[in-house]
Write a protein of this length. Structure first.
Length: 569
Protein backbone atom coordinates (compact mmCIF):
# COMPACT_ATOMS: atom_id res chain seq x y z
CA UNK A 1 0.00 0.00 0.00
CA UNK A 2 1.73 3.25 -1.04
CA UNK A 3 2.19 6.17 1.32
CA UNK A 4 -0.07 8.82 -0.12
CA UNK A 5 -2.22 11.79 0.72
CA UNK A 6 -5.10 9.33 1.10
CA UNK A 7 -3.41 7.69 4.11
CA UNK A 8 -0.83 10.09 5.61
CA UNK A 9 -0.74 8.07 8.85
CA UNK A 10 1.27 5.38 7.08
CA UNK A 11 4.33 7.61 7.50
CA UNK A 12 4.15 6.83 11.23
CA UNK A 13 3.80 3.06 10.99
CA UNK A 14 7.50 2.34 11.41
CA UNK A 15 7.86 -1.45 11.51
CA UNK A 16 4.09 -2.03 11.55
CA UNK A 17 2.99 -3.79 8.34
CA UNK A 18 0.81 -1.61 6.14
CA UNK A 19 -1.43 -4.47 5.10
CA UNK A 20 -2.16 -7.87 6.61
CA UNK A 21 -3.27 -11.29 5.43
CA UNK A 22 -6.68 -12.25 6.78
CA UNK A 23 -7.30 -16.01 6.61
CA UNK A 24 -10.78 -17.12 5.56
CA UNK A 25 -11.36 -18.88 8.88
CA UNK A 26 -14.02 -18.75 11.57
CA UNK A 27 -13.18 -17.52 15.05
CA UNK A 28 -13.18 -21.15 16.23
CA UNK A 29 -10.86 -22.23 13.44
CA UNK A 30 -8.34 -19.45 14.09
CA UNK A 31 -8.19 -20.16 17.84
CA UNK A 32 -8.00 -23.91 17.13
CA UNK A 33 -5.03 -23.18 14.86
CA UNK A 34 -3.31 -21.37 17.74
CA UNK A 35 -4.13 -24.25 20.10
CA UNK A 36 -2.45 -26.74 17.77
CA UNK A 37 0.64 -24.52 17.48
CA UNK A 38 1.13 -24.02 21.23
CA UNK A 39 -0.89 -26.76 22.99
CA UNK A 40 0.99 -26.62 26.28
CA UNK A 41 0.82 -22.86 26.84
CA UNK A 42 -1.93 -21.59 29.16
CA UNK A 43 -4.98 -20.24 27.31
CA UNK A 44 -6.57 -18.75 30.40
CA UNK A 45 -6.34 -18.58 34.15
CA UNK A 46 -9.45 -18.49 36.32
CA UNK A 47 -9.29 -18.02 40.08
CA UNK A 48 -5.75 -19.39 40.16
CA UNK A 49 -6.47 -22.39 37.92
CA UNK A 50 -4.80 -22.50 34.51
CA UNK A 51 -6.10 -24.30 31.42
CA UNK A 52 -3.77 -25.15 28.53
CA UNK A 53 -4.64 -24.48 24.90
CA UNK A 54 -4.87 -28.24 24.35
CA UNK A 55 -7.44 -28.65 27.12
CA UNK A 56 -9.25 -25.46 26.12
CA UNK A 57 -9.78 -26.77 22.59
CA UNK A 58 -11.02 -30.09 24.01
CA UNK A 59 -13.47 -28.19 26.23
CA UNK A 60 -14.76 -26.20 23.26
CA UNK A 61 -15.27 -29.33 21.17
CA UNK A 62 -17.06 -31.07 24.04
CA UNK A 63 -19.32 -28.03 24.55
CA UNK A 64 -20.01 -27.89 20.79
CA UNK A 65 -21.10 -31.54 20.82
CA UNK A 66 -23.29 -30.88 23.87
CA UNK A 67 -24.96 -27.93 22.14
CA UNK A 68 -25.50 -29.99 19.02
CA UNK A 69 -26.95 -32.85 21.06
CA UNK A 70 -29.30 -30.33 22.72
CA UNK A 71 -30.67 -29.39 19.29
CA UNK A 72 -28.74 -26.22 18.49
CA UNK A 73 -28.04 -25.95 14.77
CA UNK A 74 -26.29 -23.59 12.35
CA UNK A 75 -27.95 -20.18 12.34
CA UNK A 76 -29.63 -20.65 15.72
CA UNK A 77 -29.07 -17.92 18.28
CA UNK A 78 -28.10 -18.56 21.90
CA UNK A 79 -27.80 -15.85 24.55
CA UNK A 80 -24.73 -15.85 26.79
CA UNK A 81 -25.52 -13.91 29.97
CA UNK A 82 -22.28 -14.50 31.84
CA UNK A 83 -19.35 -12.75 33.49
CA UNK A 84 -15.77 -13.62 32.45
CA UNK A 85 -15.77 -17.35 33.24
CA UNK A 86 -14.49 -20.49 31.47
CA UNK A 87 -18.04 -21.58 30.61
CA UNK A 88 -18.67 -18.28 28.81
CA UNK A 89 -15.58 -18.81 26.63
CA UNK A 90 -16.42 -22.47 26.00
CA UNK A 91 -19.96 -21.61 24.90
CA UNK A 92 -18.91 -18.64 22.73
CA UNK A 93 -16.43 -20.66 20.67
CA UNK A 94 -18.54 -23.83 20.71
CA UNK A 95 -21.49 -22.01 19.16
CA UNK A 96 -19.20 -20.78 16.41
CA UNK A 97 -17.91 -24.32 15.85
CA UNK A 98 -21.41 -25.53 14.89
CA UNK A 99 -22.33 -22.38 12.96
CA UNK A 100 -24.68 -20.97 15.60
CA UNK A 101 -24.73 -17.32 16.73
CA UNK A 102 -23.88 -16.04 20.21
CA UNK A 103 -25.99 -13.22 21.63
CA UNK A 104 -23.83 -11.48 24.25
CA UNK A 105 -25.54 -9.62 27.12
CA UNK A 106 -24.61 -8.26 30.54
CA UNK A 107 -25.49 -10.57 33.47
CA UNK A 108 -26.41 -7.53 35.54
CA UNK A 109 -29.09 -6.53 33.05
CA UNK A 110 -32.54 -6.07 34.54
CA UNK A 111 -35.26 -8.66 33.91
CA UNK A 112 -37.03 -6.49 31.33
CA UNK A 113 -33.75 -5.85 29.48
CA UNK A 114 -33.02 -9.59 29.34
CA UNK A 115 -36.48 -10.24 27.90
CA UNK A 116 -35.83 -7.54 25.28
CA UNK A 117 -32.52 -9.17 24.28
CA UNK A 118 -34.13 -12.61 24.09
CA UNK A 119 -36.94 -11.29 21.91
CA UNK A 120 -34.86 -9.19 19.54
CA UNK A 121 -32.45 -12.08 18.97
CA UNK A 122 -35.05 -14.87 18.92
CA UNK A 123 -32.74 -16.94 21.11
CA UNK A 124 -33.27 -20.70 21.32
CA UNK A 125 -31.51 -20.88 24.70
CA UNK A 126 -29.76 -18.80 27.32
CA UNK A 127 -26.73 -19.63 29.47
CA UNK A 128 -26.32 -17.85 32.80
CA UNK A 129 -24.88 -18.33 36.30
CA UNK A 130 -26.93 -19.80 39.13
CA UNK A 131 -26.86 -16.49 41.01
CA UNK A 132 -28.83 -14.85 38.18
CA UNK A 133 -31.38 -17.65 37.85
CA UNK A 134 -34.37 -15.73 39.28
CA UNK A 135 -34.47 -12.79 36.91
CA UNK A 136 -33.27 -14.79 33.88
CA UNK A 137 -35.94 -17.47 34.42
CA UNK A 138 -38.60 -14.76 34.79
CA UNK A 139 -37.42 -13.01 31.61
CA UNK A 140 -37.31 -16.30 29.69
CA UNK A 141 -40.85 -17.16 30.82
CA UNK A 142 -42.09 -13.85 29.38
CA UNK A 143 -40.11 -14.03 26.13
CA UNK A 144 -41.97 -14.50 22.84
CA UNK A 145 -40.30 -17.85 22.28
CA UNK A 146 -39.52 -19.71 25.49
CA UNK A 147 -35.77 -20.38 25.34
CA UNK A 148 -34.08 -23.32 27.01
CA UNK A 149 -32.47 -22.29 30.27
CA UNK A 150 -28.93 -23.51 30.99
CA UNK A 151 -27.38 -22.82 34.37
CA UNK A 152 -23.63 -22.75 35.04
CA UNK A 153 -22.02 -22.80 38.47
CA UNK A 154 -18.56 -21.56 39.39
CA UNK A 155 -17.67 -24.42 41.74
CA UNK A 156 -16.67 -26.94 39.01
CA UNK A 157 -14.08 -24.45 37.73
CA UNK A 158 -12.38 -23.91 41.11
CA UNK A 159 -9.58 -25.73 42.89
CA UNK A 160 -10.82 -27.94 45.78
CA UNK A 161 -9.81 -25.59 48.61
CA UNK A 162 -11.14 -22.53 46.79
CA UNK A 163 -14.35 -24.42 46.03
CA UNK A 164 -14.83 -25.07 49.72
CA UNK A 165 -14.19 -21.43 50.54
CA UNK A 166 -16.62 -20.33 47.83
CA UNK A 167 -19.35 -22.63 49.18
CA UNK A 168 -18.90 -21.14 52.65
CA UNK A 169 -19.02 -17.53 51.44
CA UNK A 170 -20.41 -16.55 48.02
CA UNK A 171 -22.17 -19.88 47.58
CA UNK A 172 -24.34 -19.24 50.61
CA UNK A 173 -25.61 -16.01 49.06
CA UNK A 174 -26.86 -17.80 45.93
CA UNK A 175 -30.56 -18.70 46.16
CA UNK A 176 -31.27 -22.42 45.98
CA UNK A 177 -32.29 -23.55 42.52
CA UNK A 178 -35.70 -25.16 42.00
CA UNK A 179 -35.95 -28.84 41.10
CA UNK A 180 -36.85 -28.32 37.44
CA UNK A 181 -37.19 -25.79 34.62
CA UNK A 182 -33.52 -25.66 33.63
CA UNK A 183 -30.51 -27.81 32.75
CA UNK A 184 -27.19 -27.50 34.54
CA UNK A 185 -24.30 -26.78 32.18
CA UNK A 186 -22.44 -29.78 33.64
CA UNK A 187 -25.43 -32.03 32.83
CA UNK A 188 -25.61 -30.61 29.32
CA UNK A 189 -21.96 -31.58 28.81
CA UNK A 190 -22.53 -35.03 30.32
CA UNK A 191 -25.38 -35.76 27.88
CA UNK A 192 -23.24 -34.97 24.80
CA UNK A 193 -23.40 -37.87 22.36
CA UNK A 194 -22.60 -38.74 18.76
CA UNK A 195 -20.22 -36.80 16.55
CA UNK A 196 -19.94 -33.20 15.51
CA UNK A 197 -21.02 -32.15 12.00
CA UNK A 198 -18.26 -31.16 9.53
CA UNK A 199 -16.52 -27.91 10.39
CA UNK A 200 -17.63 -25.89 7.37
CA UNK A 201 -18.41 -22.58 9.09
CA UNK A 202 -18.58 -19.44 6.95
CA UNK A 203 -16.29 -16.61 8.04
CA UNK A 204 -18.59 -13.97 6.51
CA UNK A 205 -21.76 -15.14 8.31
CA UNK A 206 -22.99 -13.49 11.50
CA UNK A 207 -21.01 -15.05 14.35
CA UNK A 208 -22.06 -12.92 17.30
CA UNK A 209 -24.52 -10.20 18.25
CA UNK A 210 -23.31 -7.40 20.50
CA UNK A 211 -25.30 -4.33 21.51
CA UNK A 212 -24.74 -0.63 21.24
CA UNK A 213 -24.50 1.08 24.59
CA UNK A 214 -27.69 2.99 23.91
CA UNK A 215 -25.93 6.33 24.48
CA UNK A 216 -27.08 7.70 21.13
CA UNK A 217 -30.57 6.28 20.96
CA UNK A 218 -32.41 2.97 20.97
CA UNK A 219 -30.32 -0.09 21.78
CA UNK A 220 -29.57 -2.05 18.61
CA UNK A 221 -28.14 -5.51 17.96
CA UNK A 222 -24.86 -5.39 16.05
CA UNK A 223 -24.15 -8.37 13.77
CA UNK A 224 -20.45 -9.20 13.58
CA UNK A 225 -18.80 -11.92 11.52
CA UNK A 226 -15.86 -14.21 12.26
CA UNK A 227 -13.96 -12.20 9.66
CA UNK A 228 -14.62 -9.02 11.69
CA UNK A 229 -13.35 -10.58 14.93
CA UNK A 230 -10.30 -12.20 13.34
CA UNK A 231 -9.33 -9.03 11.49
CA UNK A 232 -9.55 -7.10 14.76
CA UNK A 233 -7.27 -9.59 16.53
CA UNK A 234 -4.63 -9.57 13.81
CA UNK A 235 -4.78 -5.78 13.41
CA UNK A 236 -4.52 -5.17 17.17
CA UNK A 237 -1.43 -7.34 17.54
CA UNK A 238 0.22 -5.72 14.52
CA UNK A 239 -0.69 -2.13 15.48
CA UNK A 240 0.51 -2.68 19.04
CA UNK A 241 4.00 -3.11 17.61
CA UNK A 242 4.74 -6.61 18.89
CA UNK A 243 6.14 -9.36 16.70
CA UNK A 244 4.38 -11.86 18.95
CA UNK A 245 2.38 -11.93 22.19
CA UNK A 246 2.67 -15.70 22.53
CA UNK A 247 3.23 -16.72 26.15
CA UNK A 248 2.33 -13.26 27.48
CA UNK A 249 -0.53 -12.54 29.88
CA UNK A 250 -3.57 -10.29 29.39
CA UNK A 251 -5.59 -8.92 32.31
CA UNK A 252 -9.03 -9.73 30.88
CA UNK A 253 -11.02 -7.50 33.18
CA UNK A 254 -13.27 -5.93 30.55
CA UNK A 255 -16.53 -7.93 30.30
CA UNK A 256 -17.02 -10.67 27.75
CA UNK A 257 -20.34 -9.21 26.55
CA UNK A 258 -18.60 -5.99 25.43
CA UNK A 259 -16.70 -5.53 22.17
CA UNK A 260 -13.57 -4.33 23.98
CA UNK A 261 -13.57 -7.20 26.45
CA UNK A 262 -14.52 -9.93 23.97
CA UNK A 263 -12.63 -8.67 20.94
CA UNK A 264 -9.35 -7.65 22.58
CA UNK A 265 -9.31 -8.95 26.16
CA UNK A 266 -10.32 -12.44 25.01
CA UNK A 267 -10.15 -13.14 21.26
CA UNK A 268 -7.02 -11.13 20.43
CA UNK A 269 -5.20 -12.76 23.34
CA UNK A 270 -6.25 -16.27 22.27
CA UNK A 271 -5.42 -15.71 18.60
CA UNK A 272 -1.98 -14.50 19.68
CA UNK A 273 -1.28 -17.41 22.02
CA UNK A 274 -1.41 -15.30 25.18
CA UNK A 275 -3.01 -16.22 28.50
CA UNK A 276 -6.24 -14.48 29.53
CA UNK A 277 -6.41 -13.76 33.25
CA UNK A 278 -10.19 -13.98 33.58
CA UNK A 279 -11.65 -11.59 36.15
CA UNK A 280 -15.37 -12.29 36.72
CA UNK A 281 -16.00 -9.58 39.33
CA UNK A 282 -13.62 -6.66 39.16
CA UNK A 283 -13.48 -4.18 42.01
CA UNK A 284 -10.92 -1.74 43.27
CA UNK A 285 -10.21 -3.89 46.35
CA UNK A 286 -8.88 -6.74 44.21
CA UNK A 287 -7.01 -4.51 41.74
CA UNK A 288 -3.82 -4.36 43.79
CA UNK A 289 -3.85 -8.12 44.39
CA UNK A 290 -4.20 -8.82 40.67
CA UNK A 291 -1.26 -6.60 39.79
CA UNK A 292 0.96 -7.84 42.62
CA UNK A 293 0.26 -11.55 42.12
CA UNK A 294 -0.36 -11.91 38.38
CA UNK A 295 2.08 -9.38 36.87
CA UNK A 296 0.02 -9.04 33.64
CA UNK A 297 1.92 -7.95 30.55
CA UNK A 298 -1.08 -6.21 29.00
CA UNK A 299 -3.91 -4.23 30.55
CA UNK A 300 -6.73 -3.07 28.25
CA UNK A 301 -9.43 -1.00 29.95
CA UNK A 302 -11.74 1.99 29.95
CA UNK A 303 -10.54 5.30 31.51
CA UNK A 304 -12.39 4.57 34.76
CA UNK A 305 -10.20 1.47 35.19
CA UNK A 306 -7.10 3.65 35.11
CA UNK A 307 -8.70 6.30 37.28
CA UNK A 308 -9.20 3.45 39.78
CA UNK A 309 -5.53 2.56 39.44
CA UNK A 310 -4.61 5.97 40.83
CA UNK A 311 -6.82 5.35 43.87
CA UNK A 312 -5.67 1.80 44.55
CA UNK A 313 -3.77 1.29 47.79
CA UNK A 314 -1.11 -1.35 48.33
CA UNK A 315 0.91 -0.61 45.19
CA UNK A 316 3.38 1.85 46.69
CA UNK A 317 6.42 -0.43 46.33
CA UNK A 318 5.30 -2.51 43.34
CA UNK A 319 7.79 -2.73 40.47
CA UNK A 320 5.59 -2.65 37.36
CA UNK A 321 8.35 -3.27 34.83
CA UNK A 322 6.41 -6.41 33.83
CA UNK A 323 4.01 -4.22 31.82
CA UNK A 324 4.41 -4.38 28.03
CA UNK A 325 1.27 -2.48 27.09
CA UNK A 326 -1.45 -0.39 28.73
CA UNK A 327 -4.38 0.46 26.44
CA UNK A 328 -7.34 2.76 27.04
CA UNK A 329 -10.54 2.70 25.00
CA UNK A 330 -14.32 2.56 25.27
CA UNK A 331 -14.56 6.18 26.39
CA UNK A 332 -12.64 9.43 26.01
CA UNK A 333 -9.37 9.57 27.94
CA UNK A 334 -8.71 13.14 29.01
CA UNK A 335 -5.23 14.56 28.43
CA UNK A 336 -4.85 15.17 32.13
CA UNK A 337 -5.83 11.65 33.15
CA UNK A 338 -3.33 10.29 30.63
CA UNK A 339 -0.59 12.43 32.15
CA UNK A 340 -1.52 11.26 35.66
CA UNK A 341 -1.48 7.59 34.66
CA UNK A 342 1.81 7.99 32.79
CA UNK A 343 3.36 9.60 35.87
CA UNK A 344 2.07 6.72 38.01
CA UNK A 345 3.58 4.17 35.63
CA UNK A 346 6.94 5.95 35.58
CA UNK A 347 6.96 6.10 39.38
CA UNK A 348 6.49 2.32 39.45
CA UNK A 349 9.31 1.54 37.01
CA UNK A 350 7.05 0.73 34.05
CA UNK A 351 8.68 1.27 30.68
CA UNK A 352 5.40 2.02 28.90
CA UNK A 353 2.88 4.82 28.69
CA UNK A 354 -0.87 4.44 28.42
CA UNK A 355 -1.87 4.28 24.75
CA UNK A 356 -5.29 5.54 23.79
CA UNK A 357 -7.35 3.84 21.11
CA UNK A 358 -10.72 4.45 19.56
CA UNK A 359 -13.47 2.42 18.01
CA UNK A 360 -17.13 1.51 18.19
CA UNK A 361 -18.97 -1.76 18.69
CA UNK A 362 -20.04 -1.40 15.05
CA UNK A 363 -16.45 -2.35 14.20
CA UNK A 364 -16.14 -4.78 17.15
CA UNK A 365 -14.06 -2.30 19.14
CA UNK A 366 -10.73 -0.60 18.36
CA UNK A 367 -9.80 0.61 14.89
CA UNK A 368 -7.32 3.34 15.79
CA UNK A 369 -4.39 3.37 18.24
CA UNK A 370 -1.70 5.74 19.47
CA UNK A 371 1.69 4.68 18.00
CA UNK A 372 4.08 3.21 20.52
CA UNK A 373 6.56 6.08 20.32
CA UNK A 374 4.57 9.01 18.86
CA UNK A 375 1.82 10.16 21.21
CA UNK A 376 0.17 13.51 20.59
CA UNK A 377 -1.82 15.19 23.33
CA UNK A 378 -5.53 14.72 22.77
CA UNK A 379 -5.10 12.30 19.86
CA UNK A 380 -6.63 8.83 19.76
CA UNK A 381 -3.87 7.75 17.39
CA UNK A 382 -3.75 6.55 13.81
CA UNK A 383 -5.83 3.94 11.93
CA UNK A 384 -5.09 0.21 12.09
CA UNK A 385 -3.61 -1.50 9.03
CA UNK A 386 -6.12 -1.77 6.16
CA UNK A 387 -8.43 0.69 7.93
CA UNK A 388 -9.17 4.13 6.53
CA UNK A 389 -10.48 7.18 8.35
CA UNK A 390 -11.99 10.38 7.04
CA UNK A 391 -13.80 13.34 8.61
CA UNK A 392 -16.99 14.48 6.86
CA UNK A 393 -19.41 17.30 7.29
CA UNK A 394 -22.16 15.91 9.57
CA UNK A 395 -25.13 14.60 7.62
CA UNK A 396 -23.14 14.37 4.38
CA UNK A 397 -20.37 12.34 2.72
CA UNK A 398 -18.38 15.52 2.03
CA UNK A 399 -14.84 15.29 3.44
CA UNK A 400 -13.61 18.33 5.36
CA UNK A 401 -10.14 19.85 5.36
CA UNK A 402 -7.44 18.67 7.82
CA UNK A 403 -7.99 20.20 11.26
CA UNK A 404 -11.67 20.90 10.61
CA UNK A 405 -14.19 19.19 12.87
CA UNK A 406 -16.80 16.83 11.50
CA UNK A 407 -18.14 13.31 11.81
CA UNK A 408 -15.60 10.48 12.11
CA UNK A 409 -16.07 7.84 9.41
CA UNK A 410 -14.07 4.65 8.98
CA UNK A 411 -13.80 1.82 6.50
CA UNK A 412 -12.09 -1.54 6.88
CA UNK A 413 -12.38 -5.29 7.51
CA UNK A 414 -13.85 -4.99 11.02
CA UNK A 415 -16.93 -2.99 10.01
CA UNK A 416 -20.12 -4.81 11.03
CA UNK A 417 -22.48 -6.69 8.74
CA UNK A 418 -25.30 -4.43 9.93
CA UNK A 419 -27.85 -3.90 12.67
CA UNK A 420 -29.96 -6.93 13.55
CA UNK A 421 -33.23 -6.87 11.58
CA UNK A 422 -32.93 -3.10 11.16
CA UNK A 423 -32.14 -2.22 7.53
CA UNK A 424 -33.24 1.41 7.96
CA UNK A 425 -30.73 2.15 10.74
CA UNK A 426 -28.08 0.10 8.92
CA UNK A 427 -28.48 2.23 5.79
CA UNK A 428 -28.02 5.41 7.82
CA UNK A 429 -24.77 4.20 9.37
CA UNK A 430 -23.19 2.16 6.56
CA UNK A 431 -22.93 4.32 3.45
CA UNK A 432 -21.14 3.81 0.15
CA UNK A 433 -19.18 6.94 -0.75
CA UNK A 434 -18.00 8.06 -4.17
CA UNK A 435 -14.70 6.20 -3.69
CA UNK A 436 -16.65 2.92 -3.77
CA UNK A 437 -15.89 1.96 -0.17
CA UNK A 438 -18.49 1.27 2.50
CA UNK A 439 -17.98 3.79 5.30
CA UNK A 440 -19.20 3.51 8.88
CA UNK A 441 -20.61 6.83 10.06
CA UNK A 442 -19.77 6.71 13.77
CA UNK A 443 -21.90 9.57 15.06
CA UNK A 444 -18.78 10.91 16.77
CA UNK A 445 -17.32 14.37 16.33
CA UNK A 446 -13.61 14.70 15.67
CA UNK A 447 -10.90 15.91 13.36
CA UNK A 448 -7.72 14.70 11.67
CA UNK A 449 -4.48 16.61 11.34
CA UNK A 450 -2.33 16.69 8.20
CA UNK A 451 -0.29 13.70 9.43
CA UNK A 452 -3.36 11.50 9.82
CA UNK A 453 -3.58 11.61 13.62
CA UNK A 454 -7.22 11.49 14.71
CA UNK A 455 -8.76 13.55 17.51
CA UNK A 456 -12.02 12.55 19.14
CA UNK A 457 -14.15 15.41 20.41
CA UNK A 458 -17.31 13.61 21.49
CA UNK A 459 -20.61 12.16 20.38
CA UNK A 460 -22.25 14.57 17.99
CA UNK A 461 -25.48 14.33 19.94
CA UNK A 462 -23.76 15.09 23.24
CA UNK A 463 -23.63 18.83 22.90
CA UNK A 464 -24.81 21.69 25.09
CA UNK A 465 -26.27 24.72 23.33
CA UNK A 466 -26.21 27.74 25.61
CA UNK A 467 -27.09 31.24 24.46
CA UNK A 468 -26.62 30.09 20.88
CA UNK A 469 -23.11 28.72 21.48
CA UNK A 470 -22.15 25.08 21.05
CA UNK A 471 -20.40 23.70 24.14
CA UNK A 472 -18.82 20.25 24.09
CA UNK A 473 -18.82 18.63 27.56
CA UNK A 474 -15.73 16.48 26.99
CA UNK A 475 -13.64 19.60 26.31
CA UNK A 476 -14.74 21.14 29.62
CA UNK A 477 -14.13 17.85 31.43
CA UNK A 478 -10.61 17.82 30.04
CA UNK A 479 -10.00 21.25 31.56
CA UNK A 480 -11.58 20.46 34.94
CA UNK A 481 -9.68 17.16 35.18
CA UNK A 482 -6.47 19.17 34.91
CA UNK A 483 -7.05 20.77 38.33
CA UNK A 484 -4.72 19.41 41.00
CA UNK A 485 -7.63 18.53 43.31
CA UNK A 486 -9.79 16.75 40.71
CA UNK A 487 -9.84 13.02 40.01
CA UNK A 488 -12.79 12.83 37.61
CA UNK A 489 -15.53 15.08 36.27
CA UNK A 490 -18.68 15.00 34.16
CA UNK A 491 -20.35 18.02 32.55
CA UNK A 492 -24.02 18.15 31.53
CA UNK A 493 -26.49 20.67 30.19
CA UNK A 494 -29.40 21.72 32.41
CA UNK A 495 -32.54 23.36 31.00
CA UNK A 496 -32.65 27.13 31.40
CA UNK A 497 -35.55 29.43 30.35
CA UNK A 498 -33.19 32.14 29.15
CA UNK A 499 -30.09 30.36 27.83
CA UNK A 500 -31.90 27.19 26.67
CA UNK A 501 -29.26 25.23 28.59
CA UNK A 502 -26.70 26.06 31.23
CA UNK A 503 -23.62 24.11 32.20
CA UNK A 504 -23.31 22.05 35.37
CA UNK A 505 -20.25 20.07 36.47
CA UNK A 506 -20.12 17.00 38.73
CA UNK A 507 -16.71 16.45 40.29
CA UNK A 508 -15.00 13.63 42.18
CA UNK A 509 -12.11 14.98 44.22
CA UNK A 510 -8.82 13.19 44.79
CA UNK A 511 -8.52 11.06 47.94
CA UNK A 512 -7.76 13.26 50.94
CA UNK A 513 -9.29 16.42 49.44
CA UNK A 514 -12.37 17.51 51.40
CA UNK A 515 -15.33 18.91 49.43
CA UNK A 516 -15.28 22.31 51.09
CA UNK A 517 -16.63 25.62 49.83
CA UNK A 518 -13.06 26.88 49.59
CA UNK A 519 -12.15 24.03 47.25
CA UNK A 520 -15.27 24.78 45.18
CA UNK A 521 -14.38 28.46 44.84
CA UNK A 522 -10.78 27.66 43.95
CA UNK A 523 -12.01 25.30 41.22
CA UNK A 524 -14.42 27.94 39.89
CA UNK A 525 -11.57 30.44 39.76
CA UNK A 526 -9.44 27.86 37.96
CA UNK A 527 -12.23 27.35 35.39
CA UNK A 528 -12.77 31.07 34.81
CA UNK A 529 -9.17 31.28 33.65
CA UNK A 530 -9.58 28.51 31.13
CA UNK A 531 -13.22 28.43 30.03
CA UNK A 532 -15.13 31.00 28.00
CA UNK A 533 -17.74 32.89 29.99
CA UNK A 534 -20.66 31.42 28.05
CA UNK A 535 -19.39 27.87 28.74
CA UNK A 536 -18.64 28.33 32.45
CA UNK A 537 -20.37 25.91 34.85
CA UNK A 538 -23.01 27.73 36.86
CA UNK A 539 -22.65 25.06 39.53
CA UNK A 540 -20.10 22.49 40.64
CA UNK A 541 -21.51 19.56 42.60
CA UNK A 542 -19.10 17.29 44.47
CA UNK A 543 -19.76 13.55 44.42
CA UNK A 544 -17.95 10.65 46.04
CA UNK A 545 -18.33 8.78 42.74
CA UNK A 546 -20.06 9.20 39.39
CA UNK A 547 -22.64 6.74 38.03
CA UNK A 548 -21.30 4.29 35.45
CA UNK A 549 -22.88 2.42 32.57
CA UNK A 550 -22.67 -1.37 32.47
CA UNK A 551 -19.43 -1.13 30.50
CA UNK A 552 -17.77 1.32 32.89
CA UNK A 553 -18.34 4.62 31.09
CA UNK A 554 -19.51 7.65 33.05
CA UNK A 555 -23.31 7.59 32.71
CA UNK A 556 -23.88 11.24 31.92
CA UNK A 557 -27.48 10.55 30.91
CA UNK A 558 -28.27 9.47 34.47
CA UNK A 559 -26.97 12.80 35.73
CA UNK A 560 -29.06 14.61 33.11
CA UNK A 561 -32.16 12.72 34.24
CA UNK A 562 -31.43 13.55 37.89
CA UNK A 563 -31.14 17.25 37.06
CA UNK A 564 -34.38 17.18 35.09
CA UNK A 565 -36.27 15.52 37.96
CA UNK A 566 -34.96 18.13 40.39
CA UNK A 567 -36.19 20.91 38.12
CA UNK A 568 -39.63 19.31 37.79
CA UNK A 569 -40.00 18.58 41.51
Amino acid sequence: MPISAEAPWLNYYGAIPRTLNYPRLTIYQLVAQTARECPDLPAYEFMGRRTSYRNFLARIDRAALALYTAGIRAGDRVTICMPNTPQALDCFYALNRIGAVSNMIHPLSAEEEIRFYLDISGSQAILTLDRFYGKVAAAAARAKRKPKLWIARLQPELKPLMRLGYDLTQGRKTPKLPQEGYTLWTDLLRKAAGTLPPDDGQCDACASILYSGGTTGTTKGICLSSYNFNALALQTIAASGYESIRGCTMLSVMPVFHGFGLGIGIHTALVGGACCILVPNFNIRTYADLLRKKHPNFIPGVPTLFEALLRTTGLEKLDMSFLMGVFSGGDSLSVELKHKVDAFLRAHNAKVQIREGYGTTECVTASCLTPVDTARDGSIGIPFPDTFYKIVRPGTTEEVAPGEEGEICLSGPTVMLGYLDNPKETALVLQRHNDGRIWLHTGDLGCMDTDGFVYFRQRIKRMIITSGYNVYPSQLENIIDGNENVLLSCVIGVKDPYKMQKVKAFVVLKPGVAPTEAVRQDLMAYCRKRIAKYAMPYEIEFREELPKTLVGKVAYRMLEEEAEKEQNA
